[in-house]
Write a new protein. Structure first.
Length: 284
């Protein structure tokens, strides 16, 4: 068990506490180039997979004893550990669960992410087009990570990837794969296409049925049926209105997820998960 530092933060109204709490807002995140990671799962993944980005780790004494692996990983990486009272951690973030980290943003360009991802297996990219709900965006990042995708792109007027709810919803996957921001959908499509990806749009009005596309993956399908076994970038649209016609027109094909029951539709995160897993299966 690593040594737990003494409690040094006891005043919930201290300037440090206010500075940390301010990072829940976008102006402070933009000004300082830092964001919050709340809860043991996210902090654990940050100190394990992106220790160079972690500036400070804050824990209650109880959390430090319970999550010794976080204390150990942060100490081994030379990160600054602070132990505060439960009142201090709650003042920093009501969603901290006794564990919180301040992390430096590490922007990555689309070209950099695609170059780093290129290996001996097909590329798989998730592109979110004007996705504004932080929980949905974070859940898609988590699903992309689970499905084996290489990167995620938040294009157009999408939510800030460092919004606290988005970060929490990724459950640590934010530190497992690159997430590209500050690009238009047109720039994202041009970039992934230049990298060799077929561009598929997920939409309920799609010409192609996902099950039928998956059935013929890797078998030289005819009639312009996309091959899910090849390099693929999926475009997923806004929660409320999906993909407008001009965005669908950017894709090589539009694919619908079949609905067998009486559900009117699938939500964004569920549809994205189904599509990404279909590609992941075909590519492997």
């Amino acid at each position: 068990m690593p040594r737990i530092p003494d409690v040094t933060l006891a005043n919930p109204r201290a300037d440090r506490v206010k500075q940390v709490r301010a990072l829940s807002g976008r102006p402070a995140r933009s000004r300082h180039g830092q964001f919050l990671v709340e809860g043991p799962q996210g902090v654990r993944e940050a100190v394990r997979h992106a220790p160079g980005q972690v500036r400070d780790v804050y824990l209650t004494e109880t959390a430090a004893r319970r999550y010794g692996e976080i204390v150990e990983a942060a100490s081994d990486a030379g990160r600054r550990l602070h132990v505060g009272t439960p009142e201090v951690l709650a003042a920093m973030s009501p969603d901290a669960q006794g564990v919180l980290a301040v992390v430096r943003a590490a922007p990555v360009s689309l070209d950099e992410a695609l170059t780093a991802a290129r290996g001996d297996r097909p590329l798989l990219v998730a592109v979110l087009a004007t996705v504004r709900d932080p929980g949905n965006a974070g859940t898609v990042i988590r699903a992309a990570d689970a499905a084996g995708a290489d990167l995620v792109v938040l294009a157009g007027d999408s939510v800030d990837v460092h919004n606290p709810k988005t970060v929490r919803s990724t459950a640590g996957s934010l530190f497992h794969l690159p997430v590209v921001v500050d690009v238009t959908l047109g720039e994202a499509v041009a970039g992934v296409r230049a990298a060799g990806c077929a561009v598929l749009a997920a939409d309920g009005a799609g010409q192609h049925d996902l099950d039928e596309v998956l059935d013929v993956a890797g078998t030289s399908p005819q009639d312009n049926v996309p091959d899910l076994a090849a390099d693929t970038a999926w475009i997923f649209g806004n929660e409320a209105w999906g993909l407008p016609e001009e965005d669908r027109a950017l894709a090589d094909a539009v694919v619908r997820v079949p609905i067998r029951g009486r559900a009117e539709s699938l939500n964004l995160a569920t549809a994205a998960t189904v599509c990404l897993y279909a590609s992941g299966r075909a590519q492997r």
